[in-house]
Design a protein around this ligand. Structure first.
Ligand SMILES: Cc1ncc(C[n+]2csc(CCOP(=O)(O)OP(=O)(O)O)c2C)c(N)n1
Ligand SMILES: [Mg+2]
Length: 692
């Protein structure tokens, strides 16, 4: 029992009211944010963290910690209050704990202000203890499925008799918005299918969204839907009932064959006399008067602001901190023994946690002999991926039902399939769920395995929200996108990407690599595997591409610089530069051969990755595309958006100005102008103009 403002309250109630009032005060001070849901969900967060969560605030990246995902990212103050009150420590990008708090009271006072550790929505990497960036509704839920998947895989790979290194659970707190977004349905379906009994979603069933009562737009029976997905569904009729909450969480812990959904009925802005149960409590501060009245209802000093009573801090120290520390210390002692009994696995765990690669990871990377007929880059990628994956055990992934088309299956002995009850396999079947697949990849990457996901480039549009979050979080997810242009032929314009390359290139911190031939594919995987903080998309052809003769043209290792001079005039300065990516590079080579035979001085630049090229020195970039060579042509079977930065005002961009069409490849190349004749004609015109 504690006495505050003359009112006696249990330490549980005092702690819950501290979470509530900190959230209200922070939103009021920022004059921006969402107070109502932290007020309503404070007991749920409290109950889970204080009574159950296996999490040591001293080490928020302990690998076997339970994960807590706040999918309702708008309720960020709920999480920041927990991080502050439980004393979570900051961790730097080199995985060192810094000894200082992840969130200070000052950060909370500066909620939503520049450089505060409490930004508008929780941001992974910026605030220690935030497990994933949330805010786009539905993403947190779908990401939590990836975390639960990763736990299953890591348990199957690392756990040994007497060494249960991985047995953590994943909890996600969600709201009506999360439930309405399609991605959560895809993710729930996948989680149910995979029987992820280590996954628990807690649904804040408050019947309120921004526009008002959910009856405006949402009347389905969520419980029945989840039962249909194969989940265990349970209800708690009152968010303030800690015993019922504990009971429901107990049911989750004792369910071993399916994920659990706990539906919690709550009152948004609980305790605020005029705003409780209204949408007014969602997106704006309560106002000073309403805050006083709510504090009076809580038995809280009405004038106190940002009050965190010492008893509350002690309470968390005695609860979550003590339990978490004991668990982590025991785990670390177990790991020391494990290192002796299973040194190789222990070393792999260390490398994986630090996003490093095992020595010899690249020893089987193939080199491809010159071949005029060549092979599709999806086929060469299959060979390279398998050669890498054999030597990097935690490189795992799969496709959205397109492994046979994207050629992403791991085929070596023991690769196996990841399925319900058989969680050690390395081939994943995400089903036709591109969006949830890529969100799950984020959750897997945040758990430190190295995930890849595959599909057709056109359907990268279905995955864009999680790809954007991967870039924002700086996590090295790998995407393999095949069928990269009109080159795919007969499937027609619904399947032929046009604007996808430009749109992926527009994502900050995201690498796009479109290799020209098999040897560039090898080099692309070499680059991608060494990334630690960037997601990357490998963009591959369906159709065969010649394997260039590297004794005649420059080596494919130039790919590591993003763009490189592939072919040059035998002597002297080029008068024309042809630049291209992927399938159009060999087209440019044939144009080069023809124009060279006529005595023109032509350079071909293979440009598989703009982003990597932009990271090079100005000197290198100018050596590849010299400022004084103005006659430049870019050739790419895609939207030309962005190419003018490389061809300049005097150059020509050859690309797609319309959607494609359904026809055999040869006819499409002719129709859309991707033939040697068409490019030679453009080149002649340009050279002619320069002479005038
Ligand atoms: C994908 C997406 N669409 C829209 C929004 C804007 N938005 C933020 S909160 C919200 C309403 C959420 O309602 P609910 O999940 O019930 O949260 P509550 O108001 O109950 O806290 C919306 C539409 C968003 N954050 N993400
Ligand atoms: Mg709601």
């Amino acid at each position: 029992m504690a006495v505050l403002s003359g009112v006696t309250q249990t330490i549980d109630t005092l702690s819950i009211n501290t979470i509530r009032t900190l959230s209200m005060d922070a939103v009021q001070q920022a004059n921006s944010g969402h107070p109502g849901t932290p007020m309503a969900m404070a007991p749920v967060a409290y109950c889970l963290w204080q009574r159950l969560l296996r999490f040591d605030p001293e080490d928020p990246i302990w690998p076997n910690r339970d994960r807590f995902v706040l999918s309702i990212g708008h309720a960020s103050m709920l999480l920041y209050s927990m991080l502050y009150l439980t004393g979570v420590k900051a961790v730097d990008p080199n995985y060192e704990t810094l000894g200082k708090p992840a969130v200070t009271l000052d950060d909370i006072k500066r909620f939503r202000q520049l450089d505060s550790k409490c930004p508008g929505h929780p941001e992974y990497r910026w605030t220690s203890g935030v497990e994933t960036t949330t805010g786009p509704l539905g993403q947190g839920l779908a990401t939590s499925v990836g975390m639960a998947i990763a736990k299953r895989w890591m348990a199957a790979y690392f756990n040994k008799p007497d060494y249960e290194l991985f047995n953590y659970n994943v909890y996600a707190l969600c709201g009506d918005g999360d439930m309405m977004e399609g991605v959560s349905g895809e993710a729930a379906s996948l989680a149910g299918h995979l029987q992820l009994s280590n996954l628990c979603w807690i649904y804040d069933n408050n019947h309120i969204t921004i526009e008002g009562h959910t009856a405006l737009a949402f009347t389905e029976d969520v419980a029945t839907r989840f039962i249909g997905y194969g989940w265990n569904v349970t209800r708690v009729g009152d968010a303030n009932d800690l015993e019922m909450l504990t009971h429901a969480l107990d049911i989750f812990l004792n369910t071993n064959d399916r994920p659990t959904l706990i539906i919690v009925d709550s009152h948004i802005a609980y305790g605020a006399p005029h705003k409780q149960d209204t949408e007014a409590a969602h997106g704006e501060p309560l106002g000073e008067d309403e805050i006083r009245l709510a504090k009076r209802n809580y038995g809280w000093p009405e004038d106190a602001k940002f009050l965190a009573p010492p008893e509350v801090l002690d309470n968390f120290r005695e609860g979550i901190s003590k339990r978490g520390k004991e668990l982590r210390t025991a785990w670390e002692a177990m790991l020391e023994r494990y290192k002796k009994d299973f040194p190789e696995l222990a070393e792999n765990l260390r490398l994986m946690q630090r996003r490093e690669l095992p020595s010899g990871w690249d020893k089987d990377l193939p080199a491809f002999p010159a071949d005029a007929k060549g092979l599709a880059t999806r086929d060469s990628s299959a060979k390279v991926l398998n050669a890498v994956a054999k030597n990097v055990p935690w490189l795992i992934g799969g496709a959205a039902d397109l492994a046979p088309s994207t050629k992403t299956r791991l085929t070596f002995d023991g690769a196996g399939d990841f399925e319900a009850g058989q969680y050690g396999g390395r081939n994943f079947h995400f089903g036709i769920r591109e969006h949830a697949m890529c969100s799950a990849l984020n959750g897997m990457s945040l758990s430190k395995v190295r995930p890849f996901g595959a599909g057709f480039l056109i359907f990268s549009d279905y995955s864009r929200p999680p790809m954007r979050l991967a870039a924002l979080m700086e996590i090295p997810v790998i995407y393999v996108f095949t069928h990269d242009s009109i080159g795919l032929g007969e499937d027609g314009p619904t399947h032929q990407p046009v604007e996808q390359l430009a749109s992926l290139r527009a994502l900050p911190g995201f690498l796009v690599i479109r290799p020209a031939d098999a040897n560039e594919v090898t080099e692309a995987w070499r680059v991608i595997m060494q990334l630690r903080h960037e997601p990357a998309a490998l963009v591959l052809s369906r159709q065969a591409l010649p394997t260039l003769d590297r004794s005649r043209y420059a080596p494919a290792s130039g790919l590591a610089k993003g763009a490189y001079v592939l072919a040059d005039p035998p002597s002297g300065k080029p008068e024309l530069i042809l630049m291209a990516t992927g399938s159009e590079v060999s087209l440019c080579i044939s144009v080069y051969e023809r124009l060279s035979a006529e005595g023109h001085k032509v350079r071909v630049v293979s440009m598989p990755s703009w982003e990597i090229f932009e990271q090079q020195s100005p000197e290198y970039r100018n050596s590849v595309i010299p400022a004084d060579v103005k006659a430049r042509i870019s050739v790419e079977q895609a939207s030309t958006l962005g190419w003018s930065q490389y061809v300049g005002t005097d150059g020509i961009t050859i690309g797609m100005k319309t959607f494609g069409a359904s026809a055999p490849l040869k006819e499409l190349q002719k129709k859309f102008g991707f033939t040697p004749d068409a490019v030679v004609a453009a080149a002649r015109e340009l050279l002619e103009q320069r002479r005038q």
